[in-house]
Every structure is written in C-alpha cells, then in structure tokens.
Design a protein around this ligand. Sequence first.
Ligand SMILES: [Zn+2]
Length: 441
Amino acid sequence: MNASFAIGNVNIVNERAGDGLLRGYNVVVDGKGTITAVGPRDTTTIPEGCHRVDGRGKYLLPGLINAHVHLFSDGKPLPELLTGATFQHAVSSVLHSPIGTVLSRRRAQVNARTLLLSGVTTFRTVGDVGYEAVALQRRFDSGKELGARMLASGPLLAITGGHGSPQIAMIGDSPWQARKNTRINIMNGVSAIKIAATGGVTDARKIGDAGRPQMSEEEMAAVCMEAHQAGLLVAAHAQSAQGVTMALRAGVDTIEHGCAMNDEIVDLFHDNPLSLRGWSALIPTLSAALPLVKLDRDVTGVSDIVIANAHIAVDEMIQGIHDAKAHGIAIGMGTDTGMTLVTQYNSWRELALLQRFGGLTPIEAIHAATRENARILGLDGITGQIGKGFSADMLLLAENPLLDWGSFVHPELVVTRGTVLKNPRVQRFDDIDTELDAMLV
Ligand SMILES: [Zn+2]
C-alpha cells in the first residue's frame, strides 16, 4: 500500500474558480490512493506523519483523460505498406499470428506507459489488434503492474472492407453478425465498444471515402443494444453528417471525430433515446487530422487521396466543435494516438489545438480533458476532479497551464491512483515535435 501524502499550498486548476485557479490549497491523499481532503491551507490540516510535497508556486490539475487511443503504434508515420490496400491481408495475418500477438502486447505495454508518464492517468482504447489492451487493463486494475485507469475496446467492429479492417477490426455484415461480434468482445472482457460508422482518412482509397457511411443503422443499433445491456458505452468513428446521424439514431454514445451539425444532429446529441444514458458526446481528434493538412507531405508520408480526405475531415471536425460548443453538447478530448504523427506523449497538444482551432478557452479545453471526459466515459465520481473521495489521479506542473500549454511537456509529478511518479520522462521524437510546434505558431 502507498504511504499517505499531501501537496501543500498549491494552485489548483478548477473551472469553477473565477479565473480558473484555487490558490493556496492543501490536498491530502490516503494510503489507498483516495483524496481525503481538499481546501484552503488555513482550514485544511495535513495530518501528522503525512509526507508533504511543497506545492508553492505550482499548479495541480486532475490527470488528463484521453478518450481516443490506439496502442499498436508509437505515432511515427505509418508506412503505406501497413495502410495501403496491396498488403493489408498479409499485414493482418502477421499482426494476428502468435509472434504478432506477443509484439502487440509489448507495444501496448510500452505505449500505455508513455501515456501515463506524459500525464494521462485515464484512457480509452478504441481499436486494438486483439485483446492486448484488455490484458493490460486487468494487470493495472489488479495492481500487478502500475498503470493508468483504462477502458479497452479490443478490435473495433466494421463491415467487410470497412474502416480499420482487416488489421484492427472484426467484420460483420448483418445485424446478427454485428451482435455476435459485440458478444465476442464482451466475452473477452472489453470495457468499451468501438464501431466504424463511416470510412476513415488513413485507409481511404478514393476522395470522399472518409465520411461515407459503412455500417447500416440496423447493424449499429444491434451493437448498441448488446453493448448497453452489458453496461458498455459505444464509440463510433463517424466523419460526415449522414454517418453521424445514422450512428446517433442507432444509439451510439460517443461520436469520434465528428462533423458540421444540423438541427437533427444537435437534437440527437442532447436527447438520444437509444443511447445508454439518453445523451451522446463528441470526441474530436484534431491531433490526428490537422497534421495531414498542415504539414509537408515529406513529413506525413501520406498519399494525395489521404490528404484530400483529410481536408474534408478537418473542415467537418472544426465546424463540429464550434457547433457543439454553441449548443452546449458535451465535448471530450481524444487524440487518436498511434495514428500518423500522433505520439503517445503529446495528448496536451490536443488542448492547444482545441483552443486555437476549436474556439475553446484554455479552461474549457482542460475541462474537456478531465472532468467532462470522466462524465462522458462514465467515470464521474471516480476520477477527473480533485475532490474529496476521488481517486488521486493528478498532475503537478511548474507553470500555469492556462497561460502556457508548454508546461505539460515536463510534469513535475504524475499521480496515478495515489502512486506518485516524480519528474517522469518519456522518449520523444524531436523531429515530430518540431513539426507539431510549427502548427501552433
Ligand atoms: Zn482512431
């Protein structure tokens, strides 16, 4: 068991404070990793014998929550060999071979570690090769291995030739097959379900492919019914008005990437009768889409078709964020780690992009990545807030993140379920970071 500790006299980033900061607060954590007291330092005593971290002049916020993660890659540009049509079946066979399975497990473990060390204390995978993320979640939850809080999807569900297939998808071409695939994932212990409602950018073969509807509304409704019966939320990759509308009508709980919204879409987000909780949320992923249109082809290594589709997807996504904000729709934070140039340690960059391109204020972006994401993922009351009774999932920064996103690059402490990681360091790809920095200037 961890010794109890406290962070004294710290500034807490909190959207309910006037300027986003509660100044001079004490935070006390017990030996089980639960926050037991939070309050002004004059009135909140730190118990005798409790290890004390001096928080003076520093900034504490809930650990980041990333709702859209893939653990199969570190984010260096994916070779066309892996995404192109020519070798997709060969690549898939290797990935699913015994050696491929061992390698997937190792990669997932390394990437999950990087996420944690970069300040992501909770994440959801949305498309794995097999059940490597499920196995990781089990080890982390049991305490056998130190790791973030996770929700794991296993393979995503798609149609024949659909987005993510065959590499990271299970294929079904009828409502009953989709239902069976959902049952197979549930039997294997997943804690989230992911479907491909439309085509995607990375594996597009033609211009316009990215948002084209793939799964039928009936197939998606069958998945949602089965997942919801097991208490699981359904995430849908969806990048066009038609695809998003069909997915929401079918009862999908989170729309990944998103599109410009019409009245029907806005209404369905707010009031979605077939969803698990009666409402749905948007998880944009600017980190995955923007580099493809903003950075040089030499850097991204993608085809003209991918770039053309990315332009469409980016415009839809940015408008979708503005529409969601204007209509009070729940906006969470996801990055699509593992995709081209989306590393496992740059989740904070999504906050900067949400501010720069999505029109969110810094505190709104942090809210999306913490408290709101916890609510969206059904983890409210557990994590996402620095409050009494919450899990001690926290991030201590030297500078004010509301004024300088760069303060996330080297956190002083990452606290996961009460375990303190001091001065965590990750392996960075400087060439990628230089390119990504240029997008924010
Ligand atoms: Zn994704």
